[in-house]
Every structure is written in structure tokens, then in C-alpha cells.
Design a protein around this ligand. Structure first.
Ligand SMILES: Cc1cc2nc3c(=O)[nH]c(=O)nc-3n(C[C@H](O)[C@H](O)[C@H](O)COP(=O)(O)OP(=O)(O)OC[C@H]3O[C@@H](n4cnc5c(N)ncnc54)[C@H](O)[C@@H]3O)c2cc1C
Length: 359
């Protein structure tokens, strides 16, 4: 059986970032990823400017900028009745940037591999046993062993479920996502559009494609899809990706020899487009903690530092995310706010707080 310092379940932004930083530190690192990359994923495909500093430390900033992408210059909030508030986004290097997850995630996972991590794609983790070190079993009956295990396997984390740590999901909403032909004159805006049945996020991801997300409840999602088919003249056979839940209680991120990062630790409201940053940064913080533990520093201290740094990462940002969740759960109230001219400066200042780079 192969034995590693650290095994990471999930090769999304959280897992790849953690694996790359662990490998950079000379740790024997394994990544087990269910899918074969490149693969798409339900996401708005927008990178918050805070991502750039982590990507720089991964040595990937320029390569990401070289991928087919769109630089987004404004965000338009559209009320149910059509009233619009437009807020400018930062320009230059710290801009809001959109790129398809198939390209972005593939580059990150390749970087982890390049730095020395062992990456196993098409490998689903199905069972875990913890007896001081971890035994990890896969759907193809392979077994691996590792000192530390990282749950980086997204909002429906198998690692959390198998460790009896996964909170009961709140199946209140569902998201659909597709890439469709970019409508002419769409511009380089992000559109956040409230509809009676939920909301839609739209952003160009290159010169020819639009990322289209729909968020509703199980009874309303088909109406949202019909709206999108009419509004964007999409064929009824358009394939859509789907995901649920959109809301879930957090999982405590630091355990004895088990850490959770990215969506596996905490799911945030997609409306503000920050999940990828939290995934990348929490991966970096976890790698730092493991490095300290393997080099013989006090384990409890390293775990406490990791938990504190993770909490700090969200500090001052989560309340905006909660506000956004409250707004999107009541599209009528959100629409009323968009129409109330005097609250428009509030939209501007909240947007600025979200897109200010965080180092
Ligand atoms: C509708 C919607 C729109 C969004 N828009 C944005 C946006 O514009 N910008 C933004 O920053 N964030 C956005 N997000 C959030 C963002 O998608 C997530 O926060 C981000 O993907 C989290 O990364 P992660 O690495 O933690 O998890 P994931 O990206 O979910 O990666 C987890 C990986 O684990 C693998 N895996 C799962 N189970 C197993 C298993 N048992 N064995 C092995 N591998 C496994 C999966 O295949 C996957 O590759 C959006 C989310 C939604 C739902």
C-alpha cells in the first residue's frame, strides 16, 4: 500500500492549491479526484480579484491570464420589473476575471502535479478508516495510507459524510448552469438578474460564450429554465449542469489529523462570487499547517493557528454574503431595493467591498 504525508480528496481549486503548496514544501502528497479533467462545474466562472495573490504564489498568475477569458468591467443588478443599477468594477491587474472552470481547474491540478504531487483522476473515495494514520479506499478497491487527510471534496463532501461530520443539507434551492452562445452586444458585464422565481447570473467567459446560472427552488427551477430558453433563444435540448444544496452549515475545519478546506468546510452564497478565492486560500492555509506538523511543531498549536487563519479569511466578508443570501431569498424585496434610487450608493459600496483584493 502506498503511504503519503498527506492525502487530499478532491482536485478542485481547494484541493489543487493545497496539493501544490504541500508539494512545494517537499511533502509527499496525494490527490484523489473523482472526475477526469478537464471537466466543467456548476459555477459562475468569475474570479474575485483576491484570487490573484494566491495564484501569484502558485506561480500561475500569467498562465491563468493567458487562458481564454473575459475581463469584466461592471456588474448590472436588474430588478424583476427591469430597473437596473450598474456598478463599475476595478480595472487593470486587479480586475474581476472570468474563465471556464474546465480550463482554470485543469491548470491548477497540472501545477500540483508539476510540483510533485501524485494525482489520481477518475478515482472516487468511498471508505475511510482512521487508526492514527488514515486508510483511504477507492471505488476501484485501491487503498492508500496517509498521515493527514484533507477533505477538499466540495459541498457534498464524502470525507465529512464518512466522518459523520456532514451537516444535514438544507435542500431549499438548486442551481442550473450552462455555457451558451454569447448574445451580441452583451458587453463585458456581469449581470445579476432577479426574477419572480429566483435569480440568474450571467457573465461572458471568452469572445463567444456566456456563462448562464439559474438559482431557484425545486418547484420553480423549470420555470426559470423556460425563462432562460425564451430570453436567450436557447434550444430546449441545451444540456444543463445542476447542483444542490446552495446553503449548508459549516464543518469545523481543524481536527486531529483531518482538515477541511473550500466548500467542504464552508459553503457561501454564490451571488457574491467568492467561493474560488476561499477555496484557493484555505488550501494554502491548510498546507502551511500540515508543513508545521510534519516538521515537528506542536500539532494543537498548528491546528489552532489554521482554524484562526481560516476564520480571519472570512472576517468582514461573511456579513455581506449573508445579506446577499437574504436578498436573493426574497427577489421582490431585492428588486424593490434596486428601484429605490437612494439605496444605489449602498450597492456600489457593497460591491466595492467584495471586489477589493484581499492579500
Ligand atoms: C451557481 C453557482 C455559481 C457560483 N459562482 C461562483 C463564481 O462566479 N465565483 C466564485 O468564486 N465561486 C462561485 N461559486 C462557488 C464555487 O463554485 C465553489 O466555491 C468552488 O468550486 C469551491 O471549490 P472546492 O475546490 O472547494 O470544491 P469543488 O470545486 O466542488 O471541487 C471538489 C472536487 O472534489 C471532487 N470530489 C467530490 N467527491 C469526491 C470523492 N468522493 N472522491 C474524489 N473526489 C471527489 C469533485 O469531483 C470536485 O472536482 C458558485 C457556486 C454555485 C453553486
Amino acid at each position: 500500500m502506498e503511504t503519503f504525508d498527506v492525502a487530499i480528496v478532491g482536485g478542485g481549486p481547494a484541493g489543487s492549491s493545497c496539493a501544490a503548496f504541500c508539494a512545494l514544501a517537499g511533502l509527499d502528497t496525494l490527490v484523489l479526484e473523482r472526475e477526469n479533467f478537464p471537466r466543467e462545474k456548476v459555477c459562475g466562472d468569475c474570479l474575485n480579484p483576491s484570487c490573484w495573490s494566491v495564484l501569484e504564489r502558485l506561480g500561475l498568475q500569467q498562465q491563468i491570464r493567458n487562458l481564454p477569458h473575459s475581463k469584466l468591467d461592471s456588474v448590472a443588478f436588474i430588478a424583476i420589473e427591469g430597473h437596473e443599477v450598474v456598478v463599475d468594477l476595478p480595472t487593470g491587474d486587479a480586475c474581476e476575471f472570468s474563465v471556464k472552470r474546465s480550463l482554470f481547474d485543469d491548470l491548477l491540478l497540472k501545477r500540483a502535479r508539476e510540483l510533485g504531487a501524485h494525482v489520481r483522476e477518475g478515482t472516487t473515495v468511498t471508505a475511510l478508516a482512521n487508526g492514527g494514520s488514515w486508510k483511504i479506499q477507492t471505488a476501484t478497491a485501491e487503498t492508500f495510507s496517509a498521515q493527514t487527510l484533507i477533505g477538499a471534496d466540495g459541498r457534498n463532501s464524502t470525507v465529512a459524510r464518512l466522518s459523520s461530520l456532514l451537516p444535514q443539507p438544507i435542500r431549499e434551492r438548486v442551481a442550473l448552469q450552462a455555457h451558451i452562445p454569447l448574445p451580441r452586444d452583451f458587453g463585458r458585464r456581469v449581470v445579476l438578474q432577479f426574477l419572480r422565481e429566483g435569480y440568474s447570473g450571467q457573465a461572458p467567459v471568452n469572445e463567444t460564450e456566456l456563462n448562464l446560472c439559474l438559482v431557484g427552488t425545486p418547484p420553480t427551477i423549470s420555470k426559470l429554465r423556460q425563462w432562460a430558453e425564451r430570453h436567450f433563444e436557447i434550444a430546449a435540448h441545451q444540456p444543463w449542469r445542476t447542483i444542490t444544496p446552495l446553503t449548508r452549515s459549516p464543518v469545523s475545519c481543524a481536527h486531529e489529523n483531518l482538515l477541511f478546506i473550500g466548500d467542504a468546510a464552508r459553503v457561501v452564497e454564490p451571488f457574491t462570487g467568492e467561493g474560488i478565492y476561499y477555496a484557493l486560500r484555505s488550501g494554502e492555509l491548510a498546507a502551511d499547517a500540515i508543513k508545521k506538523i510534519i516538521r515537528g511543531k506542536d500539532r494543537q498549536l498548528a491546528l489552532r493557528d489554521f482554524a484562526r487563519a481560516s476564520a480571519e479569511m472570512y472576517h468582514g466578508r461573511l456579513w455581506i454574503n449573508r445579506l446577499a443570501r437574504t436578498a436573493v431569498l426574497s427577489p421582490r424585496i431585492a428588486s424593490f431595493l434596486i428601484q429605490a434610487a437612494r439605496v444605489q450608493p449602498i450597492f456600489r459600496s457593497l460591491t466595492k467591498r467584495i471586489v477589493v483584493p484581499n492579500f
